[in-house]
Ligand binder design. Sequence first.
Ligand code: EPZ
Length: 423
Amino acid sequence: MAKFIVENSGPLVGEVEVSGAKNAVLPILAATLLTGDKCEIYDVPRLRDVDVMCSILRAMGAKVTENWDEHTICVEASEITSSEVPYELVKKMRASFFVMGPLLGRTGKTTITMPGGCSIGNRPIDLHLKGLKKLGTRIMMDQNGSIDGIADHLSGSLIYLDFPSVGATENIMMAAAVAEGQTVIENAAEEPEIVDLASFLNKMGADIKGAGTDTIRIKGVKELHGAKHAVIPDRIETGTFMVAAAITRGDVLIKNSIPGHVMPVIAKLMECGAAVNDEVDGIRVRGDLTDLVATNIKTLPYPGFPTDMQAQFMAFLTTVEGESSVMETVFENRFMHVAELNRMGANIRVEDRKAFVPGNKRPLVGAQVVTTDLRAGAALVLAGLYAKGRTEVSEIYHIERGYENFVEKFTALGAKIIRVDEE
Ligand code: EPZ
């Protein structure tokens, strides 16, 4: 297994270009199954998760052509030869579950296994199934967690989500796009990735209004056609590099970023004393102008502070003056990085869903640490850039699932990080 060796790096300086959003391109690729026409997706990040989704599309019978010089993927699902999603792909990536809605919409049936839980929580799918049932799907589940969905006819419905689940909103929206009649999703997720998916579906001929608000109205259409779409920039990669500039007291310009997608991260960095400016070709973050101080974070569904930035921001808060608190309200177990940061001397204590971060009373010291999930891994690298000495981050396949050219982008900013294969 590979690992990252990270050395204390001093201030990161320079500019970095953000890739297309992982959490937008995955549902958009799934949505291409809704038409037999060719779809072209641009600004696709080269990630392991994208490879898994392409394998799923091919397993369903789609022709998938990847052009990485152009960061383009073409999908032509002229016929669906199977609607049984291979277990070995579902267990690799929870987002595999996003193909359930499109398969029901296109073929009226699907067989898929329950996506596994992961280190951040048990990741239930009850809201996905509740919504798809309301659209007319019969769901049968066997004792091995295999789910059969049958939908001879999808018809629009009023669907209330008990929690604004991103995945459930996306799965329901994709099936409702070709259901008969109107569907209203209330308490829908409002993330930019939902808006990007709706924008792609509307280019395919869907009739979706309200994406980005808590109420999405979908008028089903008979058929969808091919479309071309450029994926939005990745707001979590944007936030990760913003925090990298702050934690190293550097000066970094993050290009191909959308300030409106990272407002909570901008606000919190400014509360800590970092300078954040929206410049012509990107967001410029400086952590070198004043002493940086504590703040309090509470993760919430969009537009609140993103749970996917919680670990990275916590790593930063271990380096500032004063005690901070970090409350995680979205996932029930997203503090796995605390134990690893404490191995570096962070001295964080957790009480239920709240972590108390004492700040820089004690300097962080490099250590051997383990990546437990994608964002925790990024947080440990950030801490290693700041800590005295050398940090070895293992299980880095988690990180490579969601960050394109991770080492190259950080090295170009002056980070001392190399990737080695563990003996
Ligand atoms: C998406 O996951 C993202 N993944 C996650 O990003 C992100 O953390 C999450 O949204 C929240 O923003 C992708 O888009 C591929 P949810 P998703 O359904 O859709 C509960 C990353 O690092 N819930 O919004 O799985 C659930 O338990 C990843 O890129 C139910 O109770 O998240 C959780 O507590 C990590 N029942 C909360 O909702 C359901 O049926 C949020 O989950 C579904 C979810």
